[in-house]
Design a protein around this ligand. Structure first.
Ligand SMILES: Cc1cc2nc3c(=O)[nH]c(=O)nc-3n(C[C@H](O)[C@H](O)[C@H](O)COP(=O)(O)OP(=O)(O)OC[C@H]3O[C@@H](n4cnc5c(N)ncnc54)[C@H](O)[C@@H]3O)c2cc1C
Length: 376
């Protein structure tokens, strides 16, 4: 039996960031993942600058071996309507490939890695848990993404799972001809919102790769929505002829609309396991990383005591960072505008440079006024 102070299930950005923050603490930290790394993750791979600072990432160094595409802004519009380009003239966020980024974060986390092993069983014991009858842990951190097996220890499958975002993407290399033909500029990814404001499609170039996809707060007819978006993109030159049209899908929950609790005795949830994606942009990497870092800070302060009351400061810290975990706190435009008026208002608003820059980009997507989490 191997014993850990902290066993993290899931080596994505949430789990690896938690482990990284615990490095050098004297705690024995393990990360268990069913995949071996590098592994891919269905994702557009767009990250905001806060995480670069929070994780002390040296992007210049990173870019020597991995794709790291600076984004100077975005082209924003309504699907089939007008669009505007907002260029900040300097990098405001970055495009990475998850197969590289996640492996990099996990490698430098300093944790003992148990890879290629799925969670088969979790048993509660005096003072902790036993996983797969072979790994003992005083504290279990559920960081296994939307379908994390640790979630059900905390929250049996609810009748109402909350608002589940269904999203699909495909990422593929562009040969030199396709790269020259593609109208999407590498430094200016494109976002096209749907008339009902319940989702958007994207086209993101990252070095030699193009990632296209679409996410919606409603999985009904997702394939048809994706098909229409690909046709639209193709017609405007954003999807070169011969590009793959078979996309991979995944799901996630939005912060404020997820019913999953965060804490129980000897157990914490971070990232998609907790359902933390931003309700307006769908950004999930920063919330996963920040929740992992906040969880680790609470673990460090708990000094080996992992009862419910010792871990509750994590929930308080999360509310401090992300706001009250309450559906009423979510002010998505789709909830504010009556359904019948949405298409007209969406097209008008999305064609406005002011709305695109100051509301959609500055506030919803880039959180320009949000400082990175302090290192302490
Ligand atoms: C199509 C799509 C596009 C997206 N685009 C973006 C984007 O551009 N930017 C952004 O910020 N967010 C994006 N997101 C959301 C983002 O991908 C997630 O929020 C983020 O990956 C969450 O990180 P995580 O560490 O919580 O979980 P994950 O990255 O999902 O990692 C979970 C890990 O747990 C492991 N695991 C799962 N089950 C088990 C098990 N039973 N046993 C052991 N290990 C297990 C998995 O192998 C995986 O390595 C997108 C999501 C989708 C679906």
């Amino acid at each position: 039996m191997r014993s850990f102070d902290v066993l993290i299930v899931g080596g994505g950005p949430g789990g690896s960031s938690c482990a990284w923050k615990l490095r050098g603490s004297g705690l024995r930290v393990g990360v268990l993942d069913r995949a071996t790394f590098p592994r891919d993750k269905v994702c557009a791979g767009w990250i905001t600058p806060q995480v670069v600072e929070e994780l002390e990432l040296d992007l210049e160094e990173y870019a020597k071996t991995s794709t790291c595409q600076p984004f100077h802004g975005f082209r924003v519009g309504a699907l089939g309507g007008e669009d505007v380009a907002v260029d900040y003239g300097a990098p405001v966020s970055f495009g990475i490939r998850r197969c590289e980024f996640d492996a990099h974060l996990l490698r430098r986390s300093g944790a003992e890695l148990i890879l290629g092993e799925s969670v088969r069983s979790v048993r509660s014991t005096e003072g902790g848990w036993v996983v797969n009858d072979s790994l003992r842990a005083s504290l279990l951190v559920g960081a296994g993404g939307h379908f994390c097996p640790v979630v059900r220890l905390l929250h049996p499958a609810p009748a109402d799972p909350g608002v589940v975002v269904a999203a699909q993407e495909v990422e593929f290399p562009l040969d030199s001809r396709a790269a020259a033909a593609c109208t999407v500029r590498p430094e200016l990814p494109e976002l096209y919102f749907m008339d009902d404001l319940r989702g958007y499609g994207w086209a993101v170039r990252k070095g030699a790769f193009l990632n296209v996809g679409l996410g919606r707060q409603d999985s009904h007819d997702l394939g048809a929505h994706v098909g229409r978006f690909l046709d639209f993109l193709h017609a405007r030159g954003g999807l070169p002829p011969g590009s793959p049209r078979k996309l991979r899908g995944h799901a996630y929950l939005l912060y404020g609309l997820s019913p999953r609790p965060l804490v129980r005795d000897h157990l914490l949830l971070v990232g998609d396991a907790a359902g933390l994606a931003d309700p307006r942009s769908g950004e999930g990497i920063r919330p996963a990383i920040e929740s992992g870092l906040l969880a680790a800070s609470v673990v460090l302060r708990a000094k080996g005591r992992y009862g419910w009351s010792d871990l509750m400061p994590y929930e308080t810290a999360m509310v401090g960072r992300f706001g009250r975990r309450d559906a009423r706190a979510v002010s998505a435009l789709s909830a504010l505008v009556p359904a019948a008026l949405r298409p007209r208002i969406a097209r008008w608003a999305l064609a406005s440079r002011f709305v695109a820059k100051h509301v959609i980009l500055d506030r919803w997507f880039l959180h320009r006024d949000l400082a990175p989490l302090p290192a302490t």
